[in-house]
Structures are given as C-alpha cells and as structure tokens.
Design a protein around this ligand. Structure first.
Ligand code: GLP
Length: 250
C-alpha cells in the first residue's frame, strides 16, 4: 500500500492483539457513541481474548460503561447457518465476546444468515448500520485471496452489502470449523460491501501468521487498487492502519 495507510509491524500475534485492544479501548473512550465494526476468524480470536482480559483489569466503573454502551456490527455471516449453530459467526461472537465481556447480545449485531430473503436481509443490515450512525472503528482480517469481510475477488470499491458466493479458496481457508471439509462450508454469505467498509471512520487491518505473507506482500507492493485484490481498495481510505506481526511480513 503506498499512499495513506500506516503500517505498524509488531513482533508477534500477542503484541498485535494487545495493540488492537488498545485501539478499541481508545476508540470507546473517544467515541462511545459510534458503533464498532467487528470481524470473526482466527486472527481476531486472540484480540477478543485479550479484550476480555483487559476488561477484567479495568476500573469497575469504566468496564461497566463499556458494557452498557456497547454497540457493534459484524462484517458478515454465512447464509443457512442459524445463530445457534456453533459454527456460525453469531455463535463465535457469543463465545468470544458476548459472554466473556458480559455485553447485551442485542448490541452485538450480525446479518441474519437464516433470513427467508437473504438479499433483503443484506439491505436491512446496511440500513441498520446507517441508522446507528455508521461504523466508527472497523476491524478487518485479510483473506488468503485478498478478501475483506467476504468481498471475494473480483470486487469493486462500490460493492454494497449483499449476498456473495464464496470462493473455493475461502471455503478451504474456513474449513477448520467444519471438520476440515471445504464442501461443508456454506456456499454463500451476507457481507458488508467495500462501500460500507470504506464508509467507516477508521480502518484497522489485522494480518498475522506466515500463511498471510504472500497476500500481504501483494497488498503492500503499492500497485493501484484493483478488483482482483479487494483489500487494495482500502488504500482509498484516509485513515487505515495495517497491524501485522513478523511472520506475516515474511
Ligand atoms: C474470513 C472472514 C473475514 C476474516 C478473514 C480472515 O473468511 N469473512 O471476516 O477476517 O476471512 O480470516 P482468518 O482471520 O481466519 O484468517
């Protein structure tokens, strides 16, 4: 990434998680009224663990303030998986965030993957984000094929919240939660689009682990943004930080 984004290389995943949590806490103090944008996936697991640990260490009044004022929207959800399914992103948020932090589950929103009309649900979800005032700080992981959220390549910067068909790469990447079987990973998902992501006030792209080194290298090369690398559109945003560990930097 050339113009704009700040690259913040840190030692390891733990240091990255700590830095992300610092940003979240700072954001909550500065802009408690702005919803957070959250991501799921392995990259975020240590982040939420660390956030729960930090919450436990905060003065009781501050922790309570955080809990009471919590408001977040996740990037995406699989179509066809009920929230009660342990493999759904809703269940992941329940395990990693709602229970450990003690926040009201209604304040942790995700698209409804079981909606009878998923396209209509995507529109409703985008509207819910807008009605809440838009995302403040948006956390993002990076797919092995350069996706953010579930914006699979090719993808334009104007892509709205919508239903997408997941690529083979992504279904393989996420097969771990499905007994290692890519064909068991739902074929479709609802995702906030690049348009919604770029509308957030600030973006935090979190990239850890050696497996991400090739795609991060492509992203940092500084080529003009292109549909083939959806994360490259982030370069259009005025406030992007890329937090990465040594392994991901190769
Ligand atoms: C997933 C999700 C993203 C996530 C990214 C990276 O498929 N849709 O929201 O951030 O891909 O996943 P991971 O952190 O497991 O590598």
């Amino acid at each position: 990434m050339s113009n704009g984004p700040t690259l913040l290389p840190l030692g390891d995943g733990a240091a990255v998680a700590e830095a992300v949590v610092e940003r979240i806490l700072l954001d909550r103090r500065r802009h408690p009224d702005r919803p957070l944008g959250l991501a799921t996936g392995r990259t975020m697991e240590p982040v939420y663990r660390r956030l729960a640990a930090r919450m436990a260490d905060l003065p009781a009044s501050e922790a309570e303030c955080l809990r009471q004022g919590w408001s977040s929207f996740n990037l995406d959800a699989y179509v066809g998986l009920p929230a009660a399914d342990p493999r759904s992103f809703a269940a992941e948020m329940e395990r990693q965030l709602v229970r450990p932090l003690g926040v009201d589950p209604h304040r942790v929103r995700l698209p409804d993957g079981m909606a009878a009309d998923p396209e209509a649900e995507a529109c409703r979800y985008a509207e819910a984000v807008a009605t809440a005032g838009g995302i403040g700080l948006q956390l993002l992981g990076l797919g092995l094929n350069g996706h953010v959220g579930f914006n699979e390549p090719p993808c334009l910067a104007t892509a709205p919240c919508r239903v997408v068909v997941l690529s083979e790469t992504t279904r393989r990447q996420n097969a771990g939660a499905f007994g290692g079987d890519p064909s068991a990973v739902p074929a479709r998902a609802i995702t906030l689009g690049l348009r919604d992501i770029l509308a957030a006030r600030s973006l935090l792209l979190v990239v850890t682990g050696a497996a991400k080194a090739p795609i991060l290298k492509r992203l940092l090369q500084g080529d003009p943004p292109s549909p083939e690398l959806p994360a490259s559109w982030l370069r259009l945003h005025h406030d992007v930080t890329v937090l990465t560990d040594r392994a991901a930097l190769g």
